[in-house]
Design a protein around this ligand. Structure first.
Ligand code: ASP
Length: 343
């Protein structure tokens, strides 16, 4: 019997498997079986690869939580049959998707690596081959018979990141993602070098995988800008059935401290809407109370997102809202690291 690691490739869509529709000149998804034909090099890897595809591959801009559940269920149903999972998706929302999957998979002890590309696999200058081949290599890597990676990651352009730390920062560069608040977990050059001390250590986990499929989507992102009006903030906070808000504040978590704003936030919290403060800066931490302009937010019960990304905050909010926690329980879980998403 072969002892080669078994890897399941899950194709959801995205540029990596797209081709040009010459009638419209637009890129559209094509049949995944053609993707494997395009990369005969995959046969040379020291692992067994099987693949599965969404019946109708999608551009990741069309992602939603139903698809998240589809991805999580494919992993759940195949968890004991494979040593690792590589998920091919569009890069546009990959940080959101992969962050959500990181929360949905409790007690994960196998690699789940998201990757994609900026150019289609068939393009002469494509970045798809390197991204795909190295992602599979990462998923295959074991140490003392145990997978090196036991968390949800994102691999792009020679770097492996913790998925829930990433943000897409370029629509053009091959280096499309950044992880401003956490170092890469591995870098690929002549050798594939893992930064082992940055990986999540799962040796203490003895429970089996639990897949959380309930996500609450009645949430919104409120991005602050100088000049935002009471009418706009009030309308957003009065959205019917609203359960949670991620406020993208300035700098280290600051927002205007005019009484109309603070009162609207206070009223929303009293109405059981959970409000998270994340910074709209790419890097750094929310530190509520450091400036006068964030003291009131802290006082009325706004939850600090600390150094979480907006993408991970949205995912964590969807996940934690499904638990019906009290405000203090919710705050406790949101402000602590559950999957390495907060320092
Ligand atoms: N629009 C594409 C998508 O996110 C871009 C990509 O694949 O990177 O699905």
């Amino acid at each position: 019997m072969s002892t080669k690691p078994k890897i399941l490739l899950i194709y959801t869509g995205g540029t990596i498997g797209m081709m040009k529709d010459y009638k419209t000149n637009a890129l559209k998804a094509f049949d995944f079986t053609q993707l494997l034909d395009k990369i005969p090099e995959l046969q040379q890897l020291n692992c067994q690869i099987k693949s599965i595809s969404f019946e109708n591959p999608i551009d990741s801009s069309n992602m939603n939580t139903t698809y998240y559940v589809d991805i999580a269920e494919i992993i759940e149903h195949n968890y004991n049959l494979y040593d690792g999972f590589v998920i091919l998706s569009g890069s546009d929302t990959m940080s959101y998707i992969s962050s959500a999957i990181s929360f949905m998979l409790e007690n994960l002890q196998k690699p789940v690596i998201f990757t994609g590309s900026q150019l289609p696999i068939g393009d002469l200058r494509t970045d798809a081959k390197e991204n795909l081949i190295t992602s599979i290599e990462v998923a295959c890597t074991q140490k003392n018979g145990v997978p090196m990676i036991q968390e949800v990651c994102l691999y792009f352009e020679y770097k492996l990141y913790r998925a829930n730390r990433t943000t897409k920062m370029s629509a053009e560069q091959f280096e499309a993602f950044v992880s401003m608040n956490y170092p890469p977990l591995a870098e690929s050059g002549v050798y594939l070098k893992f930064n082992e001390h940055y990986l999540l250590n799962k040796s203490h986990i003895h429970s089996s995988l639990v897949v959380k499929k309930k996500l609450v989507t009645d949430i919104v992102i409120l991005k602050m800008f100088p000049g935002i009006t009471k009418n706009v903030v009030e309308s957003i906070l009065n959205i019917q059935n609203l359960k949670g808000v991620v406020i993208e504040t300035f700098g280290s978590g600051n927002a205007l401290n005019e009484s109309w704003f603070v009162n609207l936030i206070k009223k929303a919290i009293n109405n059981n809407i959970r409000i998270i403060n994340v910074t709209q800066c790419l890097g750094g931490n929310v530190n509520q109370g450091h400036y006068e302009t964030s003291v009131a937010l802290k006082k009325v019960g706004v939850v600090s997102g600390k150094d979480i990304t907006t993408e991970a905050a949205i995912a964590k909010l969807m996940y934690l809202l499904s638990e019906n926690f009290s405000l203090s329980e919710f705050t406790h879980y949101f402000e602590k690291s559950l999957r390495g998403e907060i320092s």
